[in-house]
Design a protein around this ligand. Sequence first.
Ligand SMILES: N[C@@H](CCC(=O)N[C@@H](CS)C(=O)NCC(=O)O)C(=O)O
Length: 198
Amino acid sequence: MKHYFNPMSRAITTHWMLLEADVVHEQIVVDLANGDTDTPDYRAINPMGKIPALVDGDVVVTETAAICAYIADKFPEKGLAPALGTAERGKYYRYLFVPGTTLEPMFTVASLGIQDYPAKSAGFGDLKRCLATIEAMTPETDWVLGRGFTAADVVFGGILDMAVQFGWLKAPSKRVAAYVERIRSRPAYQKSRNPSLP
Ligand SMILES: N[C@@H](CCC(=O)N[C@@H](CS)C(=O)NCC(=O)O)C(=O)O
């Protein structure tokens, strides 16, 4: 399995997921500044020219959340995804999709100071509703699906971690701050940030 990665990119989230699942993989470090993703070979993997990307034999997966979901499903014995067809699976999908479709675009628009846009037709709505969604979806204790940590925590917790780190969330509530702390205390998270850890 090849993981196209750079430590200063969203690929830290997929790397963290690979470590949570304890998956042996080939880490291919991509230099974005050097145009490594501007080549025909890389564009054949991801026409967007973006990382992360995962190549597993003939299977190509791009998009952070899709890669995390793919890894969780490929290694069901790791218990990082609820079973197909369960109520938990529905909830799991919400946590996988809301970061990339809604929270991230909102944080981008907000950090650029853009206010004059049609919030009712823009899929990400407005900042007030996104902040209310974060608050409502953040678990008071443990993980988003209850006691068991899943790929949904990597994706949802990953975006909240970045939002706190980069100041997109200006005043995280106690609940959000505590969840981010739980995320950051995971050994796989720490190893993804500090590869010299055992
Ligand atoms: N929606 C994508 C976004 C990926 C993305 O924007 N990656 C950035 C690095 S964090 C990138 O590769 N940028 C290089 C470019 O756009 O040329 C995902 O979640 O994986």
